[in-house]
Design a protein around this ligand. Structure first.
Ligand code: FES
Length: 121
């Protein structure tokens, strides 16, 4: 699947513990930071398709879904706590020379399995 890098937000605008939602080429994603490290993940819980950001919580290396509390590892997307939901999709990203986070998003539109049930703002 081909993908293209898109500018999303400036690195210094992502505060510690923030969960910033974006839609890039129709893909819902969020950018977050914990202990200084950035992460970019799909903004759709693999349990019942809730948006994770901005109401979710970043804590101890994981993100918690605001709807039923499932937790997923920030580094791998793996579901924690034995619930066994599919892992969250991670997006490759990089910082450009002007301090922007560029996220690699598939060129193809997302399918329903990648979209949250709640409308995105
Ligand atoms: S929708 Fe996320 S835990 Fe249920």
């Amino acid at each position: 699947m081909s993908e293209t890098f898109h500018r999303v937000v400036k690195v210094d605008e992502v505060e510690e513990k923030a969960m910033l939602p974006f839609v890039v080429n129709r893909w819902p994603l969020f950018v977050c930071r914990e202990e200084g490290k950035l992460h970019v993940m799909i903004n759709r819980c693999t349990h019942a398709a809730s948006a994770l950001a901005p109401e979710g919580r970043v804590r101890r290396g994981s993100v918690m879904c605001p709807l039923h509390g499932a937790r997923f590892k920030l580094d791998t997307g793996e579901c924690l706590g034995g619930a066994g939901y599919k892992p969250l999709m991670l997006f490759p990203f990089r910082e450009d020379a002007e301090g922007w986070i560029e996220v690699a998003v598939p060129d193809a539109a997302p399918g329903a399995e990648h979209l949250p049930v709640k409308p995105l703002n």
